[in-house]
Design a protein around this ligand. Structure first.
Ligand code: SAH
Length: 279
């Protein structure tokens, strides 16, 4: 494995993988900002951050200090000359498991200056976790920050999850090779809900999941493309009709694609899930 302080390029067979230094300027050499929503990320690949979070609106907001990113290099807490962080699974089987004692040191280090768990949860990205939802992103964005553990290999020793009362969160029913992409997705979903990060705040109120529905279809110019027209109502300038059409489309899409969401929506809106749609 690489030396954490100065990751050299590594050779994987014929492929050469080089850590990109440049994007890290967005996360290092920056003062620790108080009262700014902070994502602290325990990872074996700190150079993977900010990654795509450094682009577009989240990147601009990071640059402007509307939120901050604090990658914690797990390797630094590793054991011995080689800074080992993993070992073979107890009971046998393939792969390696991240050690509880090593992760405990990283978690203790990462706990500095954090508010209580309600305002600053500690989460392990894991396919076994509770599914991550828009409502959880909203909750997180209203807190002070989050500490995220990115797993690798076969995952993390159960004892450290229990000892530190870590919440397991899943991005979906699939298996990634590591928690970094999942962490970036969770951070992105959360950071864009922090006031002033998105230019147009109104856009988060209307999009998918905000009212328990999937979003209506979107169109833009040209008015006709490949023989397909933009629905007339959207060009009518009639705001009430446009709003009604969008809501009806959102309901129809949700009913067709996500019966689970549709049932929950009907429950909270006094509607019959079996009712016929009017469009
Ligand atoms: N052996 C584990 C999978 C390990 S995958 C199992 O079967 O449950 C390696 C790491 O990738 C995990 O520790 C986790 O941090 C991350 N990961 C994989 N899939 C994920 C998902 N769907 N959501 C969030 N994190 C995931």
């Amino acid at each position: 494995m690489t030396d954490a302080k100065d990751p050299p390029s590594r050779s994987h067979g014929r492929l050469k993988v080089q850590a990109t230094a440049q994007p890290r300027e967005l996360v290092v050499n920056k003062p620790d900002l108080h009262d700014v929503w902070t994502a602290r990320v325990i990872t074996l690949f700190p150079q993977a951050f900010p990654g795509v979070l450094g682009a577009s609106l989240t990147g601009k907001a990071l640059d402007e200090g509307l939120w901050q990113l604090d990658p914690v290099d797990l390797r630094i807490f590793g054991e011995g000359k080689h800074r080992n962080v993993d070992d073979t699974p107890a009971g046998g089987g393939p792969g390696m498991v991240l050690r509880a004692d090593v992760m405990a040191k990283a978690l203790t280090h990462a706990a500095r200056g954090t508010a209580g768990r309600t305002k600053w949860p500690v989460m392990y990205l894991s396919p076994r976790g509770k599914p991550f939802h828009q409502a959880r992103a909203q909750q997180l964005s209203e807190g002070a920050g989050v500490t995220l553990i990115c797993g690798r290999f076969e995952g993390l020793d159960q004892r450290v999850i229990d000892e530190f009362d870590v919440e397991e969160v899943s991005l979906g029913d699939f298996v990634l090779s590591g928690g970094e992409i999942a962490a970036q997705a969770l951070i992105d979903a959360t950071v864009r809900l922090i006031p002033r990060v998105l230019g147009n705040q109104a856009s988060t109120a209307e999009e998918s999941f905000s009212d328990g529905l999937l979003e209506h279809p979107q169109f833009t110019k040209p008015a006709t493309w490949a023989g397909r027209d933009i629905p007339d109502v959207l060009l009518s300038g009639h705001h009430a009709q446009i709003a009604a059409w969008r809501r009806a489309m959102a309901e129809r899409l949700t009913k067709e694609r996500r019966p689970d969401l549709w049932r929950a929506y009907c429950g909270t809106h006094n509607r019959d899930p079996g009712e016929d749609q009017e469009l």
